[in-house]
Write a protein that binds this ligand. Sequence first.
Ligand code: PEP
Ligand code: MG
Length: 587
Amino acid sequence: MDTASSAGQEIILKGVAAAPGISFGPAYLYSKLIPHVEEKPITEEEVPAEIERLHNANARSEKELQKIHAFAEQKLGSQNARIFEAQIMILADAILMGAIEKRIAEEHRNAEFIVADEITKYKQIMLASHDEYMHERAHDVEDVMNRIIRNIQDQKLYSRLEGASIIVSESLAPSDTVIFSRNQVLGYATDLGGVTSHAAILARSLKIPAVVGLRTATKLITTGDTIAIDGYAGLIVLNPTEETLGTLQRKKGRYTEFEGRLVNIAGISAETADHKQIELSANIAFETEIEFSRAQGSAGIGLFRTESQLIGKTSYPGEEEQYEAYRKVADEVYPHSVIFRTFDVGGDKIAPDTEHEANPFLGWRGIRVLLDRPELFLDQIRGILRASTRKNVRIMFPMISTVQELRRAREIVAQAKKELDERALPYDPDIKIGIMIEVPAAAVLAEQMAAEADFLSIGTNDLIQYLLAVDRDNAAVAPLYQQFNPAVLKTIRHIIDAGHKKGVWVGMCGEMAGDPLATVLLVGLGIDELSVIPSVLPEIKKIILSIKYKEAKRVADKVLAMSTEEEIRDHLSSITKNKVPEIPLDE
Ligand code: PEP
Ligand code: MG
């Protein structure tokens, strides 16, 4: 639909929803001033002056970023402002700046050319990665590079708006997002970018609707055009009709009212109407997500995917580096707790040094890798243990398929404790150790597993694929990937009952935990904890608050007697609609 261009005609552009909210207004086309860099030779005598220009530009860039950082800190809190600390650190990177100076002196070429060339090398490495997060970080590096070059060239960046506008741009750097927010910004629409971009994270914190990945927005929209932005659906409407505006206005009203009520429940613990407590926590991979999880009302982190520590690395980070990262997370989550899952490498996930395998999901994955490489395992466990001094840290092992694996992993923890004792370093001696139940063999043996673990967390993402023999990432078999398949539900019941029989709590951290359709059923099956993506947390909490455990148990019994996923879905849909009629549905 994004090819029409005649003036006045309504055009809908589909992108990716990056920050929720709906607004309408004139567009402001922000074409970023990308500095033009020319290669110029300099003489030996000019070298000191050229290096001086570089130093001055760095100092000015740092001053600008410090200002943006201070503004961001005040407006967004220190967590979100850290993005700018990272940019300031690039400026202060002695190795990078030393390399640039050396090249100016040796190659006799102008400062901006060498800056562009040297920093672009870093950017290319980041862009070559298959990881979306690294791609986004490459844009941050580029932002710093453009800032230094603009300052070497003495150029000014303008970001003044005439009145309230929706910013339309090819891409936005975090600093653009923050600087613009000083003006009246109604929304952000960009051609490029993903939801994990820092600009998108900041837009969410600033509560400004944003849609990214629109591809052609800057070609179709010009300054002054009337546009509507729907940050829930990921849509931009150019020249919206009265009818479209009316529909969006009503949707906005419903969401505003709904969100107002959700915010009120952020501080309440998740408990059914007849007082059964469910621990509702968040799944995250980055420290920057903690603040948002807390604002959404989470009671801690039920799954911290530590693979995020491996992004962009060519080797595994050592104990010290991991300790620093985990300690920050544990401190910030305190007094709630965080469950660090040890590296789940292999399968669909990154690893610094994976080998090609014919069947990676059935191959060298998760705990199997770490048990084969005890030196890496010990580094990680010592890092986690050292972060546990406030007693709010737990350890969880992925991909456990035999009891021996659990025993060997526990031995590694015991050895790591001993080594820390020898170094007189503190840790929580009673740290809880749990496992993910995501392999059918572990599910069948749940009772034996529970006898030797402190908690179980059901990883439905993998459990379903292994139980039903359906690749979780293969679109051709997607209809067979059924979380409400009776075989899956019976397995979940078995795991929960087995855990309880052995006196350990049973949680769920697969995506099913965050599906509102599953909540009544899971509560009825007796689940103790649900760890979900932060954005769905309030909705799940709302459902828990509105149901009775007694009734949920009846629903679970009824559903477990059914034979097909279709029947089960139909039944759960009718129950969920009755339980939470207030949840707004799209028109
Ligand atoms: C799971 O398998 O359900 C899970 C939570 O782990 P991941 O999605 O990281 O494999
Ligand atoms: Mg998994």
